[in-house]
Write a protein that binds this ligand. Structure first.
Ligand SMILES: Nc1ncnc2c1ncn2[C@@H]1O[C@H](COP(=O)(O)OP(=O)(O)O)[C@@H](O)[C@H]1O
Ligand SMILES: [Mg+2]
Length: 235
């Protein structure tokens, strides 16, 4: 069984009049150390899938198991704990807390259940060093560029050594140089930690760097690895 195993995943959004099936019997297998790019037109359900993998939304039916555990069978508190311990989520708009400095924002995942230990403080500093921000520990998000803020978000997502790192269009708002830098960090650091990495992206350049690429098409993932070099992504 794969470290991340998704089976017959469905997500339907309903209102009084209609029901919209966004994910339709989707299957996915990924092991630690592997990475996957997900591409597809806007509205195809990429964020919906990532939110479910990140346990921020729940499936209508089907199963998700991470290292043999299905987070959707857990109670609310246990689920929050699971998310915190196993999942690192990098949002496009970074979601940093404006009143907290770089170091504090990076330590955020450790604050959910306890005060950060000296070991975690050290780890936060070393991750911030890794993303090139060791000289900005006391700066507020407003004092950073967009690329720097995104790098803090990467460090924060990796703090608790997650099994699964998820990034939703992490380079969407960045210039090319910063996008490349974030892309490299995203590839390198999870790999060093033997995590699973899933990146949703509109960027051909980023998608091509990942070892597998799937397109979300009619609610399912279709392997398009090797096909993106030939032309622009449809979006
Ligand atoms: N909470 C929701 N309620 C109703 N429809 C939703 C909700 N979230 C997403 N959708 C719809 O699901 C579809 C896929 O959205 P999304 O996953 O954000 O696509 P993508 O990230 O590929 O652009 C869109 O049509 C969107 O409007
Ligand atoms: Mg999206």
């Amino acid at each position: 069984m794969a470290d991340l195993q998704v089976r017959k995943l469905c997500r339907t959004f309903s209102n009084q009049n209609e029901s919209l099936t966004i994910l339709d019997q989707l299957d996915l297998d990924l092991n630690r150390g592997e990475n996957l790019a997900i591409v597809g037109p806007s509205g195809s359900g990429k964020s919906t899938l990532l939110q479910i993998l990140g346990v921020l939304d729940k499936p209508t039916s089907g199963s998700v198991e991470l290292e043999g555990k299905n987070p959707f069978e857990l109670g609310e508190n246990q689920q929050a704990k699971f998310r915190n311990e196993h999942i690192g989520f990098i949002f496009q708009d970074h979601h940093l807390l404006p009143q907290w400095n770089v170091l504090e924002n990076t330590l955020l995942p450790s604050l959910a259940f306890s005060r950060p230990t000296p070991t975690l403080q050290q780890r936060a500093k070393s991750l911030l060093d890794r993303v090139g921000l060791s000289h900005r520990l006391n700066h507020l998000p407003s004092q950073l560029s967009g690329g720097e803020r995104e790098r803090v978000a990467v460090a924060r997502a990796l703090l608790l050594n997650p099994t699964l790192v998820l990034a939703d269009e992490p380079t969407g708002n960045l210039d090319q140089e910063n996008a490349e830098r974030i892309g490299e960090l995203l590839l390198e650091v999870p790999k060093e930690q033997n995590a699973i990495l899933v990146v949703v992206t509109h960027s051909n350049d980023l998608a091509k760097k990942l070892s597998r690429c799937c397109e979300l098409r009619r609610g399912k993932l279709v392997d398009v690895t090797g096909q993106i070099a030939t032309g622009p992504l449809r979006s």
